[in-house]
Write a protein that binds this ligand. Structure first.
Ligand code: NAI
Ligand code: COI
Ligand code: MG
Length: 367
């Protein structure tokens, strides 16, 4: 029997709202499949600062390290904006990522046919677009030392630093995933001006002969940002460093129709970390209107990568597609004149649909 110890760190803003819907579905998958999912919760981010004075309490960190998978909502909030980065809710997430050790953040972004009119891009541009970002998650500017805001000299600096080994390990993940997909890898950098990008490009190029079935191309990040919007179908797997991947994956929400649609999984470390791509969305938090589909699709990635439950992962993905095809939309996806569903209403519809798909599958196999 599949056993999974899942730690849920819902965090701030819409984090608890959207993870609530993902967890409801995970519990249901466990019940229908007879799996043993032990799901517990812990504090992270702004809520942890308020209750315990730190964005990543020791109890959260140890519970995370003892889990098979961590499901995160989002962290951050406007009330923390005046704090220095090391004290902010986001620091808790960066510390957690570092401790869990996952360095390859997989961020799929693809066009849902039912949402083609939600994208400002023309339907013929996005139709069939299916991109997998492999974003390096433990290096670059977010972690590089030195970092400082020196008020005396009115200057500030961060450091983008990578070692060859750090590039090799994430590039291997990207090459391998590309070889299982459409066999094209686009490595994104800024090698025309940054030494760190020259190391990145040289390292990726050096690995390429080990993956003869994969076509490798390089793009500068500025041009890539434009190509993603003009010709998204030309991309298969996109490999990039931490900051560039953060930006390009949010940009690619335009292909899908909403940032609220995008899931992610971080693999390669001691414990995999699963989080939707979006943040805590303070502008809509507490209203019950956030789109839970990114978080729900994140739960599907958790079942696939940590539970080896491919069938259940696909059941969730199919349910999301179906509910969208039936015309159901949260506020971020409605068009003029349409009535939006609440977060919970959308979650319940997907939940129902997942149950029906799994029930049907079980009935077929019982015959
Ligand atoms: N993984 C994480 O915990 C992340 C945290 N953040 C933090 O979140 C806070 C807010 O950052 P923003 O730049 O506003 O980014 P954001 O991703 O929270 O929101 C950007 C825009 O997208 C909308 N949006 C995001 N998720 C949505 C959803 N599920 N349904 C409907 N609409 C959605 C928001 O309403 C907002 O208009 C900041 O403190 C930031 O540092 C940002 C990104 C990732
Ligand atoms: C630490 C996070 C706030 C950075 C981010 O935006 C992300 O990982 O998507
Ligand atoms: Mg981001």
């Amino acid at each position: 029997m599949t056993k999974l110890k899942i730690l849920v760190v819902a965090g701030d803003g819409i984090g608890p709202e959207v993870t609530g819907e993902a967890v409801r579905i995970l519990r249901s998958v466990a019940e229908l499949g007879g799996y043993d999912f032990q799901i517990s919760e812990a504090l992270i981010g702004g809520v942890a600062i308020k209750q315990q004075g730190t964005p990543l309490p020791a109890a959260t960190l140890s519970a995370a390290l003892e889990s098979d998978a961590v499901l995160l909502g989002a962290v951050g909030g406007n009330e923390f904006n005046s704090l220095t980065p090391d004290k902010r809710p986001e620091a808790g997430l960066l510390q957690l990522r570092q401790a869990l050790g996952g360095f390859a953040n997989l961020r799929p972004a693809f066009a849902f046919p039912a949402l083609s009119s939600n994208s400002p891009l023309r339907p013929e541009v996005i139709e069939g677009a299916d991109i997998l970002f492999v974003r390096e998650l433990l290096g670059g500017l977010y972690f590089g030392e030195p970092r400082q805001w020196d008020r005396a000299s009115n200057s500030a600096w961060n450091t983008m630093r990578y070692t060859r080994d750090e590039v090799v390990r994430v590039a291997r993940v990207a090459f391998e995933l590309a070889s299982m997909r459409r066999k094209k890898l686009t490595s994104v950098d800024k090698a025309n001006v940054l030494e760190v990008s020259q190391l990145w490009r040289a390292t990726v190029t050096e690995l390429a002969p080990q993956y003869p079935g994969v076509t490798l191309e390089h793009q500068y990040v500025d041009a890539c940002a434009m190509h993603l919007m003009n010709t998204p179908r030309n991309f298969d797997v996109v490999l990039t460093e931490n900051l560039f991947g953060d930006i390009l994956s949010d940009e690619s929400a335009v292909i899908t129709g909403s940032l609220g649609m995008l899931p992610s999984a971080t693999i390669g470390g001691k414990v995999n970390l699963y989080e939707p791509v979006h943040g805590s969305a303070p502008d809509i938090a507490g209203k019950g209107i956030a789109n839970p589909l990114g978080a729900i699709l994140t739960a599907a990635m958790l079942l696939r990568h940590s539970g080896n439950l491919e069938q259940e992962a696909q059941a969730i993905e199919t349910a999301v597609r179906k509910v969208l095809e039936q015309g159901h939309r949260t506020a971020d996806l409605v068009r003029a004149g349409e009535t939006p569903l609440s977060t919970q209403e959308m979650g319940k519809l997907v939940h129902q649909s997942v149950n029906e798909i799994i029930d049907r599958h079980q009935a077929m196999h019982a015959v």
